[in-house]
Ligand binder design. Structure first.
Ligand SMILES: [Mn+2]
Length: 189
């Protein structure tokens, strides 16, 4: 399993309001993106706070991590977030997305895009659920913030570039100048 990651701040800014975390362990990986509301330093602070909370609570169920983030982000701008726990021995992943943020699982014959729940972590959190999904070796996944359209087609990039870091860099290059803070995590399972 291989990861590729690219980030870029809107307008070449100093602060990217998006933050991400990739915690790779022997049995499970945890992948997280938070997009702080708005942009600039306050958005950065909110999404960094989310990463701090996730680090602290990384081993508990995803729903409980979200609740802890919701409490921890009170008093900040708030953030939309996606969390994914990948259980490598079972080729399964569980996913929660809150707000305008996307996961695509790209298989040879189809693309699976589990829906995000409405809300803003730190401000409004209503009902949400965890999606349990499976993948096969060789499948791809793309996690990203809303600088990339939810239905963006990564397949031509995968075909052309083949490894996750090159794919992420090529997508960023094509979307530059980015209209919003950009974060893309590509995974080749
Ligand atoms: Mn954004």
């Amino acid at each position: 399993m291989k990861y590729g990651i690219c980030q870029k701040a809107k307008n070449n800014g100093i602060y990217n309001g998006d933050s991400y975390l990739l915690l790779e362990k022997e049995l499970e990986d945890l992948v997280v993106i938070a997009d702080g509301l708005g942009s600039g330093e306050l958005a950065f602070n909110a999404s960094q706070k989310a990463m701090e909370v996730v680090r602290t609570y990384q081993s508990i169920p995803l729903q409980e991590i979200i609740f802890n983030c919701h409490n921890g982000l009170k008093g900040t701008r708030g953030a939309v977030m996606s969390l994914c726990r990948i259980t490598k021995s079972q080729n399964r992943l569980s996913y929660i997305g809150i707000g305008n943020i996307t996961l695509q699982i790209i298989e040879t014959d189809k693309i699976v895009r589990p829906p995000s729940m409405w809300g803003m972590v730190g401000h409004v959190l209503t009902r949400f659920k965890t999606f349990d999904l499976s993948y096969k070796k060789g499948d791809w996944a793309a996690f990203y913030s809303d600088s990339i359209r939810p239905d963006f087609d990564f397949r031509p990039y995968i075909t052309q570039f083949g490894d996750p870091q090159s794919v992420a860099e090529a997508v960023l290059s094509d979307l530059t100048p980015v209209k919003d803070d950009f974060t893309l995590i590509m995974i080749n399972f």
